[in-house]
Design a protein around this ligand. Structure first.
Ligand code: NCD
Ligand code: ZN
Length: 347
């Protein structure tokens, strides 16, 4: 058993976060900036961030929301649509505005209505991205009405992801927020141009957390949490030491009123205690010595970006996670809200 009381690691990054816009952006960005040096910022705004100009303007708004004295770099993404122009994407990458492009299958999740209806429509974009070394970030779920929601990730691998990787082996692909054993098996079997992010919630909860004893909207996100066997496969992968897995919180804030509704939004807001949440998992798996690679090394190495300088320190102690947090006037329930977590990030 690990008995460390204090853990110091290189400053980490979040390779998948939703910072939103407007008042909520100002409310949630400080939580991410306090924990992470950089973050891959998701483009699923309304309207989505589909152009270089829109990404530049959004980046400026994010930077305005970063508290003074905190060094935080937002890395912007291009929301792919059926009509994305390969040259725009390449120009945005070349100008240092876009770090990656995001593939949302149309109607797969929050803010994906303008997403790609058929991957065949974006092949020229993907070919261009492969040429210039720009990563593709994939929300890996099919949207077919006849496919059960708990099977949508596994079916996506078969129908879309495996054929894509076979066709464009040079393309860097991040399989985002993986939730199944099948996803782990796919990532393991793929070459080193395929990596994956794993969220804290998918390491902590299975679908019972959402459905036993009443329906719990704050445990609902997409891809939805699966059976226990899948959670165990994810924990094994994340703590394995493999360079293919890295930290991506998928922190996805929604107002309490939007979650606690007859048709509640998908998304778990884990930014306030993200690193503590991951540390708890690595601790439980006796793998604290592997947290640094997962949180601070594998991501930049995959993206071809420098490692951060500086460190952060976590200490073992009970911390009460508040039942709700204020995001600039909007109450949001954080992941672990109203419970205790066993690690604390030092200020
Ligand atoms: C995300 C959101 O709310 O923007 N929701 C979620 O459940 N993760 C969208 C996404 O990443 O799928
Ligand atoms: Zn997301």
């Amino acid at each position: 058993m690990a008995t460390e009381q204090i853990l110091t690691i290189r400053r980490p990054d979040d390779w998948h976060v939703h910072l939103r816009d407007g008042a909520i952006l100002a409310g949630v960005t400080p939580y991410t900036a306090r924990q992470f040096a950089r973050a891959i910022v998701m483009p699923n705004l309304s309207p989505p961030v589909t152009t270089v100009d829109a990404a530049r303007a959004y980046r400026d708004r994010v930077l305005t929301a970063v508290p003074k004295g905190i060094d935080f770099t937002p890395l912007m993404t291009c929301y792919l649509t059926d009509s994305t122009d390969p040259e725009d994407v390449a120009r945005g990458f070349d100008e240092g505005v876009f770090t990656a492009s995001k593939l949302y299958p149309a109607h797969a999740t929050t803010g994906s209505a303008h997403g790609v209806t058929d991957i065949a429509n974006i092949v020229p974009v993907l070919e261009r991205m492969a040429e210039i070394g720009m990563p593709l970030l994939v929300h890996g779920e099919v949207t077919d009405h006849d496919i059960d929601i708990f099977d949508r990730e596994a079916v996506f691998i078969e129908r879309t992801l495996a054929p894509l990787v076979a066709r464009l082996p040079e393309l860097k692909v991040v399989f985002e927020h993986i939730t199944t054993r099948q996803a782990v098996e796919f990532v393991e079997s793929a070459g080193d141009r395929v990596g994956a992010t794993i969220t804290p919630q998918h390491l902590h909860i299975n679908r019972n957390a959402m459905l036993v004893g009443g329906i719990r909207p704050h445990a609902y996100c997409l891809p939805v949490a699966k059976r226990e066997e899948h959670r165990l496969a994810l924990r094994k992968a994340a703590t394995s030491g493999s360079p293919k897995y890295f930290l991506g919180t998928d922190s996805a804030p929604h107002a309490v009123s939007a979650k606690e509704s007859a048709c509640g939004c998908a998304g778990i807001f884990n930014a306030p205690f993200a690193l503590e949440s991951y540390a708890t998992v690595f601790d439980e798996e006796s793998a604290l010595d592997r947290l640094e690679a997962f949180a601070s090394e594998n991501g930049p190495n995959f993206y071809g970006l420098p490692l951060n300088r500086g460190t952060v320190t976590l200490e073992r102690c009970d911390v009460e996670v508040p039942a709700t947090v204020d995001a600039n006037g909007t109450p949001i329930v954080p992941f672990h809200g109203g419970t205790k977590i066993g690690w604390k990030l030092r200020a």
